[in-house]
Design a protein around this ligand. Structure first.
Ligand code: MN
Length: 292
């Protein structure tokens, strides 16, 4: 039996006073298929007048994927999109050659719980036109006592409507009562599971919230035991064949692509545009390498 790698989500401050747990990338694992970034936000409690406010910032060569569990967040972007996302919904923003967006919890929101992920675009799609899509309804079903939501890809004969650029899957597994679920997995996908709340047992090993369990490939079927009230995020995908660079909010297929994106952001190039009503632009930290 192959062992399951246990990776502790690391604290990361995404805006003033707001710390999240980052499960990807880490030193141990950079990606699960094309999934290259995973922040677990909350559950967080806000005082009146507080909230999450992430100013306008750019992205390239990736899709941002937001899964909202509690709270309400307003997404705005340089395409003119303005979309409130609510619990049970997904926002998918394709950055392609370049986009800018901001994210703000609505004024009355006191609790926020969400997962924010990025999906690396393969080189063939890295420069595609930017796009934004909102998915108010996702495929949901019950397997035994587990409530399954299909967040991305195809699973158990169901397909989530969004377009992705490489084979991948995402599932939310919620256990209203303690339950044991057997799931068939694709033999050629690699998989990992992040408990968002509560805990799970995999092969007799216990994983608590924010302990990322890396399963790798050829492990089908898996048997997951969940504690009552627990919620898990299962990610999978075909191992990403291309080396990708990540820096700040950029993905690129070469170091030069990242250097160009950072220069274009810093010089206010029309490549990125701006977000109407959200004038605060987040500054990029200095590049970790010298630009030629
Ligand atoms: Mn972003």
């Amino acid at each position: 039996m192959k062992t399951i790698q246990r990776i502790a989500g690391r604290p990361s401050e995404i805006s003033a006073g707001m710390t999240v747990r980052r499960a990807l990338p880490t030193r141990q694992r950079r990606m699960v298929g094309a999934w290259c970034f995973l922040d677990h936000l909350g559950p967080l409690q806000f005082d009146a007048g507080q909230g999450m406010h992430v100013g306008a910032h750019p992205h390239t060569a990736l899709q941002t994927f937001t899964w909202l569990i509690e709270g309400e967040v307003l997404h705005r972007d340089s395409l003119g999109s303005e979309q409130v996302i609510r619990p049970g919904q997904v926002n998918l923003m394709t950055a392609g050659r370049g986009i800018v967006h901001s994210e703000d919890t609505l004024a009355e929101v006191r609790r926020l719980h969400a997962a924010q992920l990025w999906i690396a675009l393969p080189a063939s799609a890295a420069d595609c036109p930017p796009a934004f899509a909102h998915y108010p309804e996702l495929p949901r079903w019950q397997q035994g006592n587990c409530l399954v939501t299909l967040l991305a890809g195809t699973f158990a004969g169901r397909t989530m409507a969004a377009r992705f650029h490489s084979p991948l899957v995402g599932l939310d597994l919620f256990a209203p009562v303690a339950c044991r679920t057997e799931l068939p997995l694709e033999p050629d996908f690699e998989y990992a599971i992040l408990p968002l709340t509560g805990e799970m047992l995999l092969d007799g090993e216990r994983f608590g919230a924010d302990e990322f369990a890396w399963l790798g490939r050829r492990r089908s079927p898996i048997v997951i035991e969940q504690s009552a009230g627990s919620r898990l995020l299962l990610l999978g995908g075909e191992p990403f064949a291309e080396p990708v660079h990540m820096w700040w909010n950029f993905v690129g297929h070469s170091r030069q692509a990242i250097i160009d994106a950072q220069r274009d952001w810093e010089t206010g190039s029309p490549r990125f545009g701006s977000v109407a009503g959200r004038e605060t632009r987040l500054p990029a930290p200095p590049l970790p390498w010298s630009a030629d």
